[in-house]
Design a protein around this ligand. Sequence first.
Ligand code: GDP
Ligand code: MG
Length: 597
Amino acid sequence: TELSHIRNFSIVAHIDHGKSTLADRLIQLTGTVAERDMKEQLLDAMDIERERGITIKANSVRIEYPAKDGHTYVLNLIDTPGHVDFAYEVSRSMRAVEGSLLVVDATQGVEAQTLANVYTAIEADHEIVPVLNKIDLPASEPERVKEQIEDVIGIDASEAIEISAKTGQGIPDVLEAIVTRLPSPTGDRNAPLKAMLVDSWYDAYLGVVVMIRVMDGVIRKGDNIRMMQTGARYGVDRLAVLKPAMTDIAELGPGEIGVLTASIKQVRDTRVGDTITHDKKPCEKPLPGFKPAQPVVFCGLFPVDNAEFEDLRTAIEKLALNDASFTYEMETSAALGFGFRCGFLGLLHLEVIRDRIEREYDIDLITTAPSVIYQIHMRSGEQVELHNPADMPDPADIDHIEEPRIKATILVPDEYLGDVLKLCQDRRGIQLDLTYAGARAMVVYDLPLNEVVFDFYDRLKSVTKGYASFDYQLSGYRTDNLVKMQILVNDEPVDALSMMVHRDRAEARGRAMCEKLKELIPRHMFKIPIQAAIGGRVIARETLSAMRKDVTAKCYGGDATRKKKLLEKQKAGKKRMRQFGKVDIPQEAFINALKMD
Ligand code: GDP
Ligand code: MG
């Protein structure tokens, strides 16, 4: 296709503002998919994404659109992941296109997540077309939201397109704007092949499918290609475009977006942002900005039932095949037995993987306290990366510890601002900025990542009744007074509950944990001390008193079925418990003990 007849774009939107619905309408109106094959949220293929209403992996669709100027244009939509954990993937997708539709729900206005992605789009030099969605709703306020877009984002919103992705109103204007307002791509057809690896995924029939954007040169089926970052070489088995069904194509030239298969064994062998070139006639330099996937949050995953360890291994290996950003290694814990220490891009990523193991593989899991990567500077001058509090060196040998910090942006209606500031302050935050956009405040905080990985997002949602939006990026490492806190149940250390905490917060945190555990652990026939300790020193203590009488005693002696039911219930409850020394700890205790309120 001629460059001047191509438009490549992405849709930037906060969750639920209507990205998927708009994509559906664009596909539908251009007849890209036959009416009978049309189903809702066509691009959100994965079950779990549908359920959570978020798009995790990028998807793409090629649309042919006969414009008013009489030419037929090829429009490539790349659907970017919608969550902060995937900021790097978003930045690569943005580099693969020249423009963005900024979709804002006209009843809600701009949200923090929208901001982060708009800035990524601006950094990628995108032309941005603001689109106000949901104008069919009486509560929509297009004029106010236009002003807000101009105030907060600083782009001209006077020509924002007002649409309803639901009713279809305004969709033809969006298609025309893509053609008239977004630039066409540039590139040299005669230069050596230079294509960006935008995304990859595993398909049960085809193996690994790689999505590419050609910058220069031409790629054809049968070509021998090389990935410049990994050095791997492949032969192109199949070349196609997504409509969104895979449709074979003879070649892809500059500005075009498509997919290839090349007998690649696992998604791990492909790196988002890598440069694909011809093996025999390579381009000189790879594309700039490539970054290897770096997990930032680590936690242990253990089967509740030790017998399921091999099943867990299989599940983790299978999931890892399709997710290059997820790392794992075997871990043994005195208390929990065999499991895996896993690394994730962020908390959502962690939750998605954990949910999939529990649901798709039916394995009950114990998740240990999430931890970030600490840089431990030893007195000897050596520097150690700590992924697991269990591996903490002797404090006597440590000179100082650095922890990762983030820059968090929170948008919140005025009336909840006080609560948000308090929450950030409680989590050792440093306020960087506070501005207003209409009735909403935008606060920027520097926070330790470790204070955010537990339940910051949940707390934020609860103190703001769901009205705050939140986004963050890693900002660097800083030295602080950090210690490892252990929890002892019946004098046995429960390593799964060990965590790194700030020294000044240790007592409060330890006390809260002990109080929580006292509620979460059922009574036993004996007294159980629950303690928090730093090194050998106990900093908090609770005692769970012994059970006084048989639990079945309160049932009338005669009612045998009730008694039986109660015993059965107890037995079922047992299954989700783990034994520590002589004490049974329920699975929920591990997660709930870590929540702070
Ligand atoms: P996404 O998270 O940005 O992909 O948002 P979705 O496309 O999934 O839309 C979120 C919700 O808003 C869904 O329930 C849609 O049906 C609804 N929705 C999307 N567009 C419109 C619209 O124009 N009007 C109305 N009333 N609802 C809409
Ligand atoms: Mg969606």
